[in-house]
Design a protein. Structure first.
Ligand code: SF4
Length: 362
């Protein structure tokens, strides 16, 4: 049983035979994709406050140093992104700022919001107004918190990272696998297209990797809402000095993800964190987001590759590179999206034209 699933009342189990099958997968067992996709986005770290202190993470700033994007900053970045041809506003959080972040709560108060999730709703509305589709990655969310932003997002995401309890999540404030699984389940209950992923190299075992992927598969089987799984290597930075997984490890994990997950679920490796050419024959079919406007605030030491570099990966693989929207094509309908987002997709304006052009090419 995964740690914390009782506390969060989420029912996920995996079959031991499936674990054994996943552990047996090698790169030669999976086929390369016949196309690679990517999205053009702007990156909006709504707050760098986080109630947790994961030891590999450079995203969060401690209390007193954490920031909150202003309405004006959000609008300006979205406007620049739309002008540069982006389609996605990628909002990220740390997890809910806790009581220690007094100044963040005071700023939210001044903005007239009770919580960061309330502010996220307004931020998403700004993005829609400026001609971008919001995709929010706001850490863990309760069913109610998700309900508050569901109709203004084209899709949501949170990294599962691992179903194991690892030292890297340790300390007095430690995130719990059950809470993450519950967030993924909540998105399924709301019928929201969802992106998740695993983090490789934070102390998890091969069995943990297999179980994490199988847990994601189980939730997707239940709700059909998982659009993409990111297989992300941990990287050295100012807080993490334990190194990254080897190329051989990444090749095997990516192949395991491809073999475990249904074909409908995309597998992505972030090409700013490893050379995607090394895993392109292991079943990845997506290269994530590329931004002409903002840095990758989650991993600021690793610049996003230019579009040209993504093209080089596709050339190396001998497959076409296709732009996609933040939400995958099969979810772009009334079953999955709100009237508000569907209206944005079909709007007779420049933004609608950008979305239609991207969809026509996929
Ligand atoms: S990885 Fe996420 S939950 Fe952990 S400290 Fe960083 S922002 Fe917070």
């Amino acid at each position: 049983m995964f740690p914390g699933i009782e506390a969060y009342d989420v029912d996920v189990t995996v079959d031991e035979r499936d674990v054994e099958r996943a552990l047996a997968v090698r790169p030669a067992d999976v086929a390369a994709a016949d196309e690679l996709s990517f999205a053009r986005n702007v990156f909006l770290p709504l707050t760098t406050a986080c109630r947790y202190t994961c030891t590999y993470c450079t995203y969060y700033d401690p209390p007193g140093q954490a920031s909150l994007l202003t309405r004006e900053e959000i609008r300006e970045t979205c406007r620049q992104g739309a002008n540069a041809g982006c389609t996605e506003a990628l909002f990220t959080f740390g997890d809910d700022p806790d009581d220690r972040y007094a100044e963040i709560h005071a700023e939210l108060d001044e903005l007239g919001h009770e919580s960061i999730h309330d502010y996220l709703r307004e931020a998403c509305e700004i993005a829609l107004d400026e001609g971008l589709l919001p995709h929010s990655n706001p850490g863990d969310q309760t069913y109610e918190e998700m309900a508050a932003v569901a109709d203004v997002n084209a899709s949501l995401g949170v990294m599962l990272e691992t179903t194991a309890e690892v030292q890297a999540h340790g300390g007095p404030r430690s995130k719990v696998p059950g809470q993450r699984l519950n967030t993924i389940a909540n998105a399924g209950k709301h019928g929201i297209p969802f992106t998740t992923g695993i983090l490789v190299g934070i102390g998890e075992t091969w069995r943990d990797r297999a179980e994490s992927l199988l847990a994601i598969r189980e939730l997707d089987r239940r709700y059909g809402h998982v659009q993409e799984v990111i297989v992300q290597p941990v990287s050295d930075n100012e807080r993490w000095h334990e190194g990254s997984p080897s190329t051989a490890t990444m090749r095997r994990v990516v192949a395991m993800a491809r073999a475990v997950l249904p074909e409908s679920v995309s597998v992505q490796v972030p090409p700013n964190l490893m050379d995607a050419r090394d895993v392109v024959d292991c079943g990845i079919d997506d290269l994530g987001g590329v931004s002409p406007v903002t840095d990758d605030h989650v991993n600021p030491e690793y610049a996003w590759p230019a579009l040209r570099e993504l093209e080089e990966v596709a050339e190396h693989a001998g497959v076409p590179l296709a732009e996609r929207l933040p939400t995958y094509e099969r979810y772009l309908n009334e079953e999955w999206l709100s009237e508000r987002v569907l209206a944005a997709l079909d709007a007779p304006d420049d933004a609608g034209e950008r979305y239609r052009t991207v969809r026509a090419g996929t």
